[in-house]
Design a protein around this ligand. Structure first.
Ligand code: SF4
Length: 345
């Protein structure tokens, strides 16, 4: 049984001090982190936290500054068309977040006079903002005494207290432990330090307990179970699906494209028309050699590209100049398919 959260409260001062000392020595310089002594920009913190939810630090690092330069304030994003936001989001994946961020910017402008709210309860009511992001922004941008629990932090806490049930169903049970750690005069740094500890030291497969500032208190380490925790659940294998994408050009060489439905996978993005194998409409199709494989969260997709024209025009499609594809928000899969067909995208 893990200890009650009160055990952490008793050790909290030492845990905070050792963690912050380590953070001051070891933290990475990242574009969204405020320079020491400079107040963090709440909008920049909010954008970075949303980007980092499902995208690696390396990918976000390359895209954060240009994105923020394009949308430096909630007002700048609220004025922009959703297509512009989706376009700027390219390469970050999980476009639902970009749509949520756009709606969030509009709510901040219309409901909060353009200022990011400074309370985690108000933040959590914004579109696209869950409890984790609300707590992260409240702590990092506004110095509130909250410790957000993301995947990295959950892993560290689970090991610290030897929580021995799968996190998928029990992550919420770690929030009281995180709350027990809150306090001190650097709540924003504490939140970031804990995330950084999970990213750099208490990593999923090879926790570096030998250099960990929390080794003195860690139950998983004391019990020799650091790599065994958090408890893993057997992963279900990803189903394999197949599709056929159609590369159709009109007489002017323009490419036939379509917009995906707003709700659902890659909602609102532009793609090559595609169908299940066996549902290809009549036409003079030629299959290109090879296939394109793409892995989504819940399935893998193997796509064959055919060129030609259908006998009847496709209902929901439009034609766009092939040399102006950079104007469109294209998901990674569509870019792969176009490259496979020799079209620069
Ligand atoms: S001692 Fe090891 S398992 Fe425990 S928090 Fe540190 S790195 Fe993680």
């Amino acid at each position: 049984m893990p200890p009650p959260p009160a055990v952490l409260t008793a050790a909290a001062t030492r845990l905070r001090r050792t963690l912050l000392e380590w953070y001051d020595r070891a933290k990475r310089t990242l574009p969204w982190r405020a320079t020491p002594g400079v107040a963090a920009d709440p909008w920049a913190v909010l954008v970075s936290e949303i980007m980092l939810q499902q995208t690696t630090v390396a990918t976000v690092q390359a895209r954060f500054d240009p994105f923020l330069a394009r949308f430096p304030t909630p007002a700048a994003m609220a004025e922009a068309a959703l297509d512009d936001v989706l376009h700027a989001w390219q390469g970050l994946g999980y476009y639902r977040r970009a749509r949520g961020l756009h709606a969030c910017a509009r709510t901040i402008v219309h409901g909060h006079a353009g200022q990011v709210p400074d309370e985690s309860e108000a933040l959590a009511k914004l579109p696209g903002i869950g409890p984790y992001t609300a707590a992260a922004v409240a702590a990092i941008a506004f110095g509130q005494q909250v410790v957000p629990v993301d995947g990295n932090v959950a892993r560290v806490l689970a090991r610290l207290i030897a929580h021995d049930r799968p996190l998928s169903a029990t992550k919420a049970e770690l929030w009281p432990y995180a709350a027990a750690l809150a306090g001190g005069d650097r709540p924003g740094d504490l939140a970031q330090a804990l995330m950084e500890l999970g990213a750099l030291v208490c990593t999923p497969r090879q926790p570096a307990c030998g250099i960990c500032p929390w080794a003195f208190a860690c139950r998983a380490r004391a019990e020799g179970r650091a790599t065994a925790l958090p408890v893993k659940v057997a992963k279900r294998s990803r189903p394999e699906r197949r599709a056929v994408a159609m590369l159709i050009r009109d007489d002017r060489g323009r490419l036939c494209l379509r917009r995906r439905p707003e709700d659902g996978l890659l909602g609102g993005l532009i793609e090559l028309p595609a169908v299940d194998p066996g549902e290809l409409p009549p036409g003079d199709w030629q299959a290109l050699p090879g296939t394109v494989r793409h892995v989504f969260t819940h399935f893998s997709l193997e796509t064959t590209v055919v060129t030609g024209r259908p006998v009847e025009a496709l209902g929901d499609a439009f034609f766009h100049p092939a040399d102006r594809l950079h104007e469109l928000a294209l998901p990674t899969l569509t870019r792969k398919l176009l490259r496979h067909a020799g079209v620069a995208a």
